[in-house]
Ligand binder design. Structure first.
Ligand code: URA
Length: 215
């Protein structure tokens, strides 16, 4: 199936999903949006109020900041793919529960497989934990690791920067440094045939996150 069709299929399923109780009291499922052939994919936590109203990811204040961050590195939303760990808004924007993330994981995994991005950027703790288990975001923000043939970069959530002024410059600096470097490194690895999901299902999870050579 081509990426666009696979993503449309996931989106259709998300919009009627009842796999966990998060759909209760929401207006819309928020599957994700962007370019099905994107080289870079951003994964946030879960929809908030504005995302629930519009059915699109990162359209509130955190989304406005994400747009600025993207612009600072010459990207815009139409050239990337943006989604979340959970696809329905948690009540009062509470943290997603483990069982909710587990129920939703198949959608995210199918989106990653369809897009096959060279670089994944995790926004916040919950998407980070999928690729960097057992670490603290304060220890690894702005760092990257090769996971299953892709470069994964851990970033603070843009909303955290909006709530804590001291984090804002850190997020701006991490974005400007780590994402262009990750893309360049991904292209270099791809040219050497070292990028791309491994067909044997193994991954590089035993490697600690690291400042990749060019970072
Ligand atoms: N925060 C998120 O994690 N995701 C969104 O889509 C919006 C805000």
């Amino acid at each position: 199936m081509v990426a666009e069709d696979a993503l449309a299929q996931v989106a259709a399923e998300v919009r009627v999903c009842t796999k966990c109780d998060l759909y209760l009291n929401t207006k819309n499922g928020v599957p994700g949006a962007g370019d099905p052939t994107a080289e870079i994919m951003f994964i946030g936590e879960g929809p908030g109020y504005h995302e629930d109203r519009q059915g699109r990811p990162f359209v509130g204040p955190a989304g406005a900041f994400l747009n600025e961050l993207l612009a600072s590195i010459g990207l815009d939303r139409s050239s990337v793919f943006i989604t979340n760990v959970v696809k329905h808004r948690p009540p009062e924007n509470r943290d997603p529960l483990p069982e909710e993330m587990a129920a939703c994981a198949g959608y995210l995994d199918r989106q990653i497989a369809a897009i096959d991005p060279k670089v994944i950027v995790t926004l916040g703790r919950y998407s980070m934990a999928k690729f960097f288990p057992g670490v603290k975001i304060s220890a690894i923000h702005g760092q990257a690791k090769l996971v299953n043939g892709r470069i994964v970069v851990a970033m603070y959530h843009p909303a955290a920067a909006l709530h804590q002024a001291t984090l804002k410059q850190t997020v701006v600096d991490d974005f400007k440094r780590a994402i262009p470097a990750a893309l360049a490194e991904a292209k270099r690895l791809a040219a050497e045939g070292k990028l791309g999901a491994k067909k044997d299902g193994t991954d590089d999870d035993d490697q600690p996150p690291q400042q990749m050579s060019l970072f």
